[in-house]
Design a protein around this ligand. Structure first.
Ligand SMILES: NC(=O)c1ccc[n+]([C@@H]2O[C@H](COP(=O)([O-])OP(=O)(O)OC[C@H]3O[C@@H](n4cnc5c(N)ncnc54)[C@H](O)[C@@H]3O)[C@@H](O)[C@H]2O)c1
Length: 426
């Protein structure tokens, strides 16, 4: 079992730290956010992530997991240093890896000889090599180990991944990192660092493309009178395609897909390849937000000016509290520009911080739909699927639902007397 430092205690870092401790390693997790570090040492998880609270408590009580501020002190006894730092899109469209550069500078002189830096952040091709050269340490290896967890099921994805990708120039360093995951039963994809870095961008870009494809297909279904659920059932049964990620929705978003798509387009352009296919997917996703608003206008058969619109769901998908690049917010902004008056409810959003100020955030579905002229379902929370729509209907000014997640039973809603629309279902 090894001594590990994880730098960054966000969705990826906190999951990595608690899961590595769960696997038997001794883990110190570092963050610059003092309040977060204090909370975590008290066993409080600042994000909504299934199984994390239990694993955190377990790690703390067994004293195999702790949280600190200050990377330079934490790494001095480490065999492995995981980088789980933010890599947002920079102003010039390229990936901003300054958090990584700052940390490397911080630990460069104190990281022990023979240790291994493991980069889990999503970083452009060449970052592994640039970390190695800025380290100026021949006695420290750098290995790329991109992370594929999905928010909401991050712990399960970490402990039961589809694969573990390792990118290393030094085969011994690769084996050392692989050995950290010995108790996980998953195929290992052991490749060179540029390939490992590319796999991460390729995965997210492919998934986003699949979602945009099915959104476009739903529009075609509406136009030609086909049913998207029947179509995706037949499509997904083809093992070359697979049935996952074939659910139409309001567009893709979240903290990863948008920035990773942009990054791959940018990386390709910088390297001399015009990735027009991905450009088109990004554009199609923006059109999807507009399409949802156009469908809202169609459903009310007029202008949205002054219309009381309810938004059910604000996070970019269910089972997370993450609002970053949420399609719901994109759509909210378009509705605001059209003059709609917005009331919103999301089971995981308690504070209006990060929301457009025009949104009136309330605490229950019932409060949200009261006196509504039009209700949009934007996140597929089970709470909305299970709601008593008959009772909700009676408090609405107009029983009208645009289900942008195809979450509800279409015929049941019509039978209840709703003016109801969704994406591509007949
Ligand atoms: N969120 C996901 O679903 C997901 C999945 C796979 C990969 N990734 C990638 O993993 C990386 C991290 O993503 P995230 O969602 O965990 O980010 P996050 O914003 O949730 O967390 C990043 C953490 O790093 C801390 N931090 C920033 N600078 C620091 C520094 N100098 N020293 C110590 N801590 C510092 C922040 O305070 C924050 O707690 C990104 O590259 C992202 O693209 C994210």
């Amino acid at each position: 079992m090894s001594n590990v430092t994880v730098i960054g205690a966000g969705y990826v870092g906190l999951t990595t730290a608690t899961c590595l401790a769960h696997l038997g390693h001794t883990v110190t997790c570092v963050d610059i956010d003092e309040a977060k570090v204090g909370q975590l040492n008290n066993g409080q998880v600042p994000i909504h992530e299934a199984r994390l609270p239990e694993l955190l408590q377990d790690g703390l009580s067994k004293q195999v997991l702790k949280f600190v501020v200050g990377a330079s002190q934490a790494v001095t006894a480490s065999e492995f240093v995981f980088l789980c730092l933010p890599t947002p899109q920079g102003d010039d469209g390229r990936v901003d890896i300054s958090a990584i550069s700052t940390v490397i500078e911080e630990i460069r002189e104190v990281i022990p000889p023979g240790s291994t830096i493991v980069n889990k952040s999503t970083t452009p091709v060449g970052t592994n090599a640039s970390i190695q050269s800025s380290l100026q340490r021949d006695d420290v290896a750098v290995v790329s180990n991109p992370e594929f967890l999905r928010e909401g099921v991050a712990v399960t994805d970490f402990l039961q991944p589809d694969r573990i990708v390792i990118g290393a120039t030094d085969p011994e360093a690769a084996q050392r990192v692989i050995s950290l995951y010995d108790s996980i039963d998953a195929p290992i994809v052991n490749v060179d660092p540029p390939s490992a870095e590319t796999i991460k961008y390729a995965t997210n870009s492919f998934l986003a493309t699949k979602v945009s494809f099915v959104n476009a297909l739903a529009a075609v279904c509406e136009a030609v009178g086909a049913d998207i659920e029947s179509v995706t059932r037949g499509l997904g049964a083809d093992q070359r395609i697979g049935s996952r990620f074939l659910q139409p929705g309001p567009g893709w978003g979240g903290s990863c897909f948008p920035k990773d798509m942009q990054a791959l387009v940018r990386m390709a352009t910088d390297a001399g390849y015009q990735f027009d296919l991905l450009r088109a997917v990004i554009e199609a996703n923006e059109q999807q937000f507009e399409r949802i608003v156009a469908k809202a206008e169609q459903l009310i058969d007029g202008s949205l000016e002054g219309v009381n619109v309810t938004l059910l769901g604000l996070t970019f998908k269910a089972h997370t509290d993450d609002l970053r690049n949420s399609p719901a917010i994109e759509i909210a902004n378009l509705l605001i520009a059209k003059g709609a008056k917005l009331t919103a409810y999301d089971p995981m959003v308690e504070s209006p911080a990060g929301l457009p100020e025009e949104i009136n955030l309330v605490r229950t579905t019932e409060q949200a739909v009261a006196r509504s002229d039009l209700t949009l379902i934007l996140t597929e929370w089970p709470e909305f699927t299970r709601a008593n729509w008959g009772a909700l209907r009676d408090s609405m000014t107009v029983p009208r639902v645009l289900d942008a997640r195809n979450a509800l039973d279409r015929s049941a809603m019509v039978e209840l007397g709703f003016q109801y629309d969704d994406l591509g279902r007949t």
